[in-house]
Design a protein around this ligand. Structure first.
Ligand code: C5P
Length: 240
């Protein structure tokens, strides 16, 4: 497999073509952005940590019956992935109400909801990723009702798999964002993009300490160290 031209340059990652028509290479950069790209920093080692954590989680999902775009790790900062057509939606699962949802609903950050909440956002930087509902998504031609049902079901299954996995690592999966795409070879809707401390809220079960991108958003420092803690603990539960 040969690495080809750069086909997408995002804030935090690059995507390269390969000599296989249905495969691409994701390269994670040492860059972190937040608040719709208003806050930005270079964090050495972050790309490698994100790449490895995401690879570990996506591989775990693949092995447990949830199709993702991940194929294999290629190196410290790179992974081979299935090529997809992006569906510009974010499905967000909340096991607790935190962050922007806590502000929107007027409850304290970390409110314990008795039910699992699944939210839908339109992935659109110009509009600042607004919350939308299924009818909006269908009206915009982003997905059919049937496809949305499928994405919600997959999101709940991902949560059912990852919540206990993180729990074994002494980490609470507070919420997470999942993105989907249509696989270029089969047309199936599969999980795309990353699942990592960049896209999840992860709280240390013992101390309540945040181990995710909120450390950067809220200027809590030790971002890289926290991501390393997540990777080390996940690696430990994977081998035990
Ligand atoms: O920002 P908000 O509180 O709505 O985030 C909910 C969850 O979705 C968090 O885990 C956050 O990291 C993730 N998220 C994301 N990308 C965005 C917005 C939120 O990964 N653009």
């Amino acid at each position: 497999m040969t690495k080809g031209e750069l086909i997408f340059e995002g804030n935090e990652k690059q995507v390269f073509a390969t000599d296989h028509p249905d495969q691409v290479i994701f390269r994670y950069k040492d860059v972190m952005v937040a608040y719709n790209n208003v806050k930005r920093a270079r964090i050495k080692g972050k790309g490698a940590l994100d790449n490895q954590i995401s690879a570990l989680l996506l591989d775990y999902l693949n092995r447990n019956g949830v199709e993702t775009h991940f194929i294999e790790l290629l190196g410290e900062k790179e992974q081979l992935c299935r090529k997809i057509e992006i569906i510009p939606l974010q499905v967000v699962v909340h096991n607790r109400i935190a962050g922007s949802l806590a502000v929107r609903l007027g409850v304290e950050d970390g409110y314990r909801n008795p039910n699992t909440i699944v939210d839908l956002r339109y992935n659109n930087d110009k509009l600042e990723d607004p919350f939308i509902n299924r009818d909006h998504a269908v009206a915009l031609g982003l997905a059919t009702y049937q496809e949305l049902d499928g994405m919600y079901n997959i999101a709940r299954k991902v949560n059912d798999l990852l919540f206990p996995l993180f729990h074994r690592a002494g980490i609470e999966l507070v919420d997470m964002k999942i993105e989907f795409g249509r696989a270029s070879d089969t047309g199936t809707i599969i999980i795309s993009d990353e699942i990592s401390p960049d896209t999840c809220r992860l709280w240390d079960e013992a101390t309540g300490e945040r181990l995710d991108k909120d450390r950067f958003r809220l200027d809590l420092s030790r971002v890289e160290e926290s991501y390393k803690t997540v990777l080390d603990r996940l690696n430990q539960v994977m081998i035990s």
